[in-house]
Design a binder for this molecule. Structure first.
Ligand SMILES: *Cc1c(COP(=O)(O)O)cnc(C)c1O
Length: 422
């Protein structure tokens, strides 16, 4: 009998039968058949400590004995208070206020509402549109779909249903590009701001790494330049660090590569080490203080039922403690060395006729091909080698758990290479 479970992003006619996962440990999960698969994606980039991490599991159990849930409306509790303080401590200086929600998409919805209301409260209600980048991905809810790449992105069929925002070209300069190359990207951004800043509330971006839009990487100078342009045009800068946060780009946050503080920053995925769904939208004093006032319009009208869930906050605190105590940034640097060595030095791969580009940043690597059809069958090919790879579009990538041992990291990269060099 087929299952009533409706799978995400799936073509119902062609989807393979989904294998049943019964458990997992470290970088591998186990299937009903007893087979284990090494997860090259750490479950959509969130299981940064791998599966069944004892400290994370125990944190959830301990919190479950005390308090599983209570509303955050008019009440507070220790895990939410402590996590908010910790997030203020570790994020770029100036982000002093934390609004919790339950997923990355909702965290971005909160960021966008905050930005529009901020300008409204300052007497600029006409600033109610957003500026996003081509190749962006910010989530699957309506508000988020409207700021995803409108052409190549996955939501183009909904264009008639969505509000219209502005888009600037995706940055093209690489991570280590020369300043004059970055200047071209910034000129394109300035061009849109110049024409439309009067109705733009915020510029949204996935800093350094546009993830689901094709693992497009750019320069820290682009973030610095964007910060200056936003200040010049009275536009808030929103960093969507849902994917990049918690070490993925090699520093704790992508913003740290540039020493930039955005006005609003969104965290999710790695926040709880993937063990429970949660998100945080952080804001600076400037944004927060605009909401100090006595009219009805000064309240921020948002409140997901499960915001600040004690189990999620407690496991997020434990995740962060493990990250710091076990020096994960060093582990990420080690993974990065292996990724560079295995994927960038192979001339044969970069010169392969199907390969457009190979990019590595932090604990992220991607092989971009000329046509999505070239990746047909790669998941089954990897499965036979004991690896869970899940390419999308023209991108075959890995974002491993940070605890992945070196030999397993090489098993992942060698499987990726073997597909092309077979
Ligand atoms: C995954 C992702 C989101 C959406 O998060 P969900 O928890 O799936 O709603 C938003 N922005 C970025 C950059 C993401 O990678």
């Amino acid at each position: 009998m087929t299952s009533p479970v409706w799978h995400p992003y799936a073509h119902l006619l062609t989807q393979p039968v989904a294998p049943k996962v019964v458990g997992g440990e470290g970088p591998r999960f186990t299937l009903e058949s007893g087979e284990t698969l090494l997860d090259a994606t750490c479950s959509w980039w969130c299981m940064i400590h791998g599966y069944s991490h004892p400290r994370l599991v125990n944190a959830i159990k301990a919190q479950a004995d005390v308090l599983c849930h209570v509303m955050l409306g008019g009440l507070t509790h220790e895990p939410a208070d402590r996590l908010a303080r910790e997030l203020v401590r570790i994020t770029p200086a100036g982000l002093n206020h934390v609004f919790f929600s339950d997923s990355g998409s909702v965290g971005m919805e909160v960021a966008m509402k905050m930005a529009v209301q901020y300008h409204h409260l300052r007497g600029k209600p006409e600033k109610h549109r957003l500026l996003s980048l081509m190749k962006a991905y910010h989530g699957d809810t309506s508000g988020c779909m409207a700021v995803c790449d409108p052409e190549e992105g996955m939501h183009s069929l909904f264009s008639g249903y969505l509000p219209r925002h502005h888009f600037a070209p995706a940055p093209r300069a690489a991570y280590d590009a020369a300043p004059d190359e970055v200047a071209r990207d910034l000129a394109a951004l300035r061009n849109v701001l110049e024409r439309h800043h009067l109705d733009i509330a915020a510029l949204l971006m996935e800093p350094l790494l546009q993830a689901a839009g094709g693992l497009n990487m750019t320069s820290p100078l682009y973030l610095k330049g964007a910060r200056e342009l936003c200040d010049e045009y009275d536009v808030l800068l929103v960093f969507d660090e849902v994917a990049t946060g918690f070490g993925r780009t090699g520093k704790l946050f992508a913003a740290d590569h540039a020493g930039v503080t955005p006005d609003i920053m969104v965290l999710s995925k790695g926040l709880t080490g993937g063990y429970l769904g949660h998100a945080a939208t952080l804001a600076t004093d400037r944004v927060h203080d605009a909401f100090n006032g006595d009219t009805a319009q000064h309240a921020f009208m948002h409140g997901p039922t499960f915001m600040g869930n004690p189990l999620a906050c407690r496991v997020a605190l434990e995740s962060l403690a493990v990250f710091e105590e076990e020096n994960y940034l060093e582990k990420i640097a080690d993974l990065n060395r292996v990724l560079c060595e295995e994927l960038l030095d192979v001339r044969t791969l970069r010169h392969h006729p199907q390969v457009v580009d190979v990019r590595v940043l932090g604990a992220t690597a991607v092989i971009e091909v000329t046509d999505a059809a070239h990746l047909g069958g790669v998941a089954a090919f990897a499965h036979r080698r004991g690896v869970w790879l899940r390419p999308f579009g023209r991108w075959l990538y890995t974002m491993p758990a940070y605890i992945t041992p070196e030999a397993d990291m090489r098993l992942i990269t060698r499987t990726m290479k073997a597909w092309f060099l077979k």
